[in-house]
Design a protein around this ligand. Structure first.
Ligand code: CTP
Ligand code: CA
Length: 235
């Protein structure tokens, strides 16, 4: 008979999950956003809760409500998410960055509504880079030699220069997180859907692992994989 996995493999652990999409304001009524629904992040938070963890959900804009039984911190922008993530990570055993973080934000935010004017040129939006939260989390963890598992997500399409797995492997090296959950994005796939198909890449070099099904199924597979990685590194 196969060894059965523990019923609550994350009992006693604190797991932070970011979910949804950040919104970067242009003025008091407008923002730059993205299509992340938050469904996969919410499913991960629920799966971590069911695995026995104390869960903190860092919720950027989501189309779905947060699950019961988790602590929720609501954020709007990438900079707010960064603050919340660095704070929550300080005492988390696992950090899962499932949020779609805006890579850029408007360089200038107008304090008043931007008006169109017939006597002026059309406006141009200048953007500045947001910090890479995932990279920063890994750097802080490594500098402190903390025992913390950090998981990134990536949506890739592949293009003429490389396929999805090549881009994903490069991203895993660049981000230096422990696991990277990779979505293959095609037309009409992933965003807002209830099902998902992913490949989980590990920095420890173990074989890429595929998981597909509902976002709940995928979340369970990711949490299983996290539990397995933790039992490898924790003596
Ligand atoms: N991420 C982050 N901070 C950012 C951008 C992304 O923490 N400013 C995290 C995401 O939450 C995700 C992972 O990094 O877990 C990968 O995001 P992705 O957008 O795929 O990576 P990028 O490095 O931004 O690469 P790309 O140029 O392909 O968008
Ligand atoms: Ca990005």
């Amino acid at each position: 008979a196969a060894l059965s996995a523990p019923l609550r493999p994350l009992a006693g652990l604190t797991v932070t999950v970011s979910a949804g999409g950040t919104r970067e304001p242009l003025d008091p009524v407008r923002f730059l956003g993205n299509r992340s629904s938050g469904k996969q992040g919410v499913a991960l938070a629920a799966a971590a809760r069911d695995a026995g963890a104390k869960v903190r959900l860092l919720a950027a804009h989501m189309d779905v409500p947060p699950p019961a039984g988790v602590d929720v911190v609501t954020v709007e922008t990438a900079l707010e998410l960064r603050e919340a993530a660095l704070h929550a990570a300080a005492d988390s055993d696992v950090v899962i960055m499932a949020a779609a973080v805006a890579d850029f934000r408007p360089a200038d935010v107008s304090g008043t509504k931007i008006k169109k004017r017939d006597d002026a040129a059309d406006p141009v939006i200048s953007l500045v880079r947001n910090p890479d939260i995932l990279r920063e989390l890994v750097e802080i963890r490594d500098a402190a030699s903390r025992n913390q598992l950090i998981v990134g997500f990536a949506a890739e399409t592949g293009d003429a220069d490389g396929d999805v797995l090549e881009y994903a492997a490069a991203k895993l090296r660049r981000k230096a997180c422990d696991l990277l959950v990779v979505n293959h994005v095609g037309q009409d796939k992933v965003f807002g859907q209830d099902s998902n198909s992913v490949v989980i890449l590990s920095r420890s070099g173990s074989e890429p692992q595929e998981a597909s099904g509902s976002k709940t199924d995928v979340a369970a597979a990711v949490i299983d994989r996290i539990s397995a990685e933790l039992s490898r590194v924790v003596p």
